[in-house]
Design a binder for this molecule. Structure first.
Ligand code: DHB
Length: 398
C-alpha cells in the first residue's frame, strides 16, 4: 500500500454504487449509520447502462416511502397485468384481479439516477470512478477497503462491516476463499438480443411471447421509445443485424391470427444480454456481506434482478440498523439465510419463466408440445395465473 494512504473510519464500507449500494447507503444514512460507497464506473456510464425496466410494488415503495424520490410514480407507468402469448394468441393476466398488486415500468438506470441524486442531496459520501479497489481483513473486526479515487489519492476504509454490492463481476465475491463458499450455477444455451427503438408503443402492457421461432418480449419505455428483446444465440453479434432484419425477427415471433403488428421505428441501441443463474452461498464471509448481483444472478425473464437486489438491501439494512441500535448481531447472523429464502424463490421463478417461454434448438416435438401444454395449463387456470402474478409482482417484503 502507498504510504500516503488516507484512512477513512466509518461503520459500513459499501463496494458498488449501483442501485443496491446506493439504496443501502441511503437507508443507513437516514438512521445515522456512517457509510461510504465506492464505485469504479462513472455516473454517466451507469446512467447509460440499459437494464430491465420492471419494478415490483415493494421496490417502488422502497423508493417512495424512504424519501428517495416520487419520480417513479409520475414518470413510471403502472402496469396491472401482462400478456402471455403462445400459438399466436394472447392471454392477459390481470395482476390486480389475481393478487391485488401491480408493477411499475421504470427503467433501472432511472432508479440509479434517482438514488445518486438523493445521495448527493443528502450529503452522502459516494466516490465514483475509483480504481485499484480491494477488500481485505474480512475475517477481522476491522474489515477494510482500499481504493484510489478519481484524483489519484489512495484511501483505506476501516469499517465494522463491508458490503459487496459490486455486481456479478465484482471483487467482493472473489475475495471469499473458494473453500468457504459454494457456487451454484447453470448456463443456458441462449441469450437475449435487446433493442431500444424510437417508435410508439406496440401494446399497452408487456407481452411475453413463446413461438416456434423463439421467445420475444415486447416492452415499453415511453410514448416515443420502446424496449424489445428476442431470444438469440449467446455468441450473436448485435452489430451484424440491420433494423429490418431485427423487426422481421421480432414480428415473426409475435405473429398470430389476430394480426398483431409491431409498430416499427429506428433502432438506436442493440445489445446481447447473457443468461445465467447463479447463487453464492452463504452471502457472508466474516464481516463481508454480499447483496444483489454480487451474490446471485438470475436470467432476465421476469425482471427479478434489481428487485431481488433491493429486497436483499432491505433485509441487510434492517440487520445492520439493529446491530447498531441494540448491539445484537442476531439479524446480521441471519442475513444470509433470510435473503437466500427469497433468492431461491426468485431463482425458481426466473428459471421457470425462462424454460417455459424459450425454445431450444435441439427441442424434440415432445418437449415443444409439453411446453405449450404448460403454457396452456397456466393460462387456463386461476391458480396457475395466480402463482405467476404473485411471483412477478413480488412476494411481500419481510
Ligand atoms: C424488461 C426486461 C425484462 O427482463 C422483463 O422481464 C420485463 C421487462 C424491460 O427491460 O422492459
Amino acid at each position: 500500500m502507498n504510504a500516503a494512504a488516507q484512512i477513512i473510519k466509518t461503520h459500513v464500507g459499501i463496494v458498488g454504487g449501483g442501485p443496491a449500494g446506493l439504496m443501502l447507503s441511503h437507508l443507513l444514512s437516514k438512521e445515522g449509520v456512517g457509510n461510504i460507497v465506492i464505485e469504479k464506473r462513472d455516473h454517466e456510464t451507469i446512467r447509460n447502462t440499459h437494464r430491465a425496466g420492471i419494478l415490483e410494488a415493494g421496490s417502488v415503495r422502497m423508493l417512495t416511502d424512504t424519501g428517495v424520490d416520487g419520480r417513479v410514480l409520475t414518470e413510471g407507468h403502472r402496469h396491472d397485468g401482462i400478456d402471455l402469448r403462445f400459438n399466436g394468441v394472447s392471454h392477459r393476466l390481470d395482476f390486480q384481479d389475481l393478487v391485488g398488486e401491480s408493477v411499475w415500468l421504470y427503467p433501472q438506470n432511472e432508479v440509479f439516477v434517482d438514488l445518486a441524486a438523493a445521495r448527493k442531496r443528502d450529503g452522502g459520501d459516494v466516490r465514483f470512478s475509483v480504481t485499484d479497489s480491494e477488500v481485505l481483513d474480512l475475517e477481522t473486526g476491522v474489515p477494510k477497503i482500499r481504493f484510489t479515487d478519481a484524483d489519484g489519492q489512495y484511501f483505506e476504509v476501516h469499517a465494522d462491516i463491508v458490503v459487496g454490492a459490486d455486481g456479478s463481476q465484482g471483487i467482493c465475491k472473489k475475495a471469499i476463499p473458494a473453500e468457504k463458499r459454494s457456487d451454484n450455477f447453470i448456463a443456458y444455451p441462449f441469450a437475449w438480443f435487446g433493442i431500444l427503438t424510437e417508435a410508439p408503443p406496440s401494446a399497452p402492457e408487456l407481452i411475453y411471447a413463446n413461438s416456434e421461432h423463439g421467445f420475444a418480449l415486447i416492452s415499453q419505455r415511453s410514448a416515443h421509445v420502446q424496449r424489445m428483446y428476442f431470444q438469440c444465440d449467446p455468441n450473436e453479434d448485435a452489430g451484424g443485424w440491420t433494423d429490418e432484419q431485427i423487426w422481421d425477427e421480432l414480428q415473426k415471433r409475435v405473429d398470430g391470427p389476430d394480426g398483431f403488428t409491431l409498430k416499427r421505428g429506428p433502432i438506436f441501441e442493440k445489445m446481447v444480454l447473457p443468461f445465467r443463474s447463479y447463487v453464492c452461498e452463504p452471502l457472508r464471509h466474516g464481516n463481508l456481506f454480499l447483496a444483489g448481483d454480487a451474490g446471485h444472478t438470475v436470467p432476465p425473464t421476469g425482471a427479478k434482478g434489481l428487485n431481488l437486489a433491493l429486497a436483499d438491501v432491505k433485509v441487510l439494512f434492517e440487520a445492520i440498523d439493529s446491530f447498531y441500535s441494540t448491539g445484537s448481531p442476531e439479524l446480521l447472523d441471519g442475513y444470509s439465510d433470510t435473503a437466500l429464502e427469497r433468492v431461491w424463490k426468485a431463482q425458481n421463478f426466473s428459471y421457470w419463466m425462462t424454460s417455459m417461454l424459450h425454445t431450444r434448438e435441439d427441442q424434440s416435438s415432445f418437449e415443444r408440445k409439453r411446453i405449450l401444454g404448460e403454457l396452456a395449463g397456466v393460462a387456463a387456470s386461476r391458480y396457475g395465473q395466480q402463482y405467476l402474478a404473485e411471483a412477478y409482482t413480488g412476494w411481500p417484503h419481510r
